[in-house]
Design a binder for this molecule. Sequence first.
Ligand code: IMP
Length: 471
Amino acid sequence: MVHTLERAPETGFADLVIGVNYGDEGKGNTVDRLLRSGEYSVAARFNGGANAGHQLFFKGQEIALHQVPSGIAHDNILNVIGNGSYVDPEELVKEIAEIVDLGLSVSPNNLLISDTAHLVLPHQKTEDRLREVGRTKQGSTAKGIAFVGGDKYRREGARPELFEYDIDKLHQLVIDGLTRTNLLLREAKLTEEQMTKHDLHPVNPKERFEAWLATARAIQPHFTDTFPIVHEYLDSGRNILAEGAQATGLDIEHGIYPLNTSSHATPGGAMNGLGIAHHHIRHVFGVSKLTMSRVGGESGPFVTRVSSQLIAKKLRGNKEDVDGEYGKSTGRERDMGYPDNTLIKRAKRLGVTQLVLTKLDLVPRFGKKVKVAIAYEFEGQRLEVAPNSASKLAACRAIYETFPTWQEDISQIRDYAELPVEARNLVEFIEQDTELPVVGIGVGPDREQVIFKRSATGAEQSPKLKHPLAV
Ligand code: IMP
């Protein structure tokens, strides 16, 4: 048999949705629109865990998804949490209960979790919370992600397969872990107030394990080897939509190390974290927000950070706004920035094939002018692509192009040609500078507030072209 890098035409494909900034780009809307096309049989997550926050609307009600793929709000979709993910049973049980309360069904018929993903254990969450109160604080979401990632790469992690094959080992890992964190907590000499505020009281390891196990058992029927299932779907011509959590700027390899997250948020991560090959991939939608934001990095570098508090406040909006810039998993205020093409250019080199720009409607909040970073200056050199290092980013200065903004409310516009010329110039500049076609443009938080600029293959949009986002 001849093996080629081309996908056999009778097999299914995978489309990916990847964040290209520092997370919170509004990927959920694109994922939701794509799922409504009916083209996909599987919605998959391949990285991250409870640190992610995806907002969805089902029959007018908001659903905050953290670990469950967005396909849960759609009929006839199998949702898969792939092996590259970090699964927190306690958070997942709560999330499933909330989804069920909204009238949706969740069972092993529509949600499968890889038994070789990594489990987030109680002591890993404690260690993350403890680090966040100390000197080495990183601004994490305190969901244990860095610690489960650390144990994974030390090959001391726990995978759901242990429920079936080695429950004693799972028991030992949790007891040993909690015994260690109890010692750390005692040594940390925290005040009673700190312990209460951050849930940092030492615990009885045995009791904590038993409570954790009882909760985790509730999701055990969802654990299975998802690899052959994913391939069965592909081999029988059914397609997958893989939704990235976090983003290129937070990827463990390509992000702002060490202030990034501990999983692979890029197209390579989708292949590894789901177990699919590059030839299965059709489109890679990169979602980029025009009013850039970053959460948890307040004291760290953010090259295009908006220095005016007044403008940042305007860009952020209110906490109650659907599109307010506050962390979905933590409620923290997000830091705001100007659009940054250097991050998009990195994402392009990693496989993004087309762009969805979000929040074009909010660009006038920058004022009469908006700046777009087209390159960085670093130690006297010009960099076209953002470096993957917090130390280097701290020494970078953005090189900007400046564009006039507009006054009109564009949130009701659906035809690209009707946008003010300044808005079109901005979008077209991003296309030229990044050499990526812009297929969709978000002009409001509602999933209907999208303008389709081009087909997925890059051709200018015309009513005759079927657009993957236009459903
Ligand atoms: P961790 O993933 O909780 O360890 O957090 C590491 C960094 O990634 C922190 O700066 C977090 O604020 C950021 N982060 C993690 N997940 C997300 C996300 O889904 N959106 C935005 N930032 C995130």
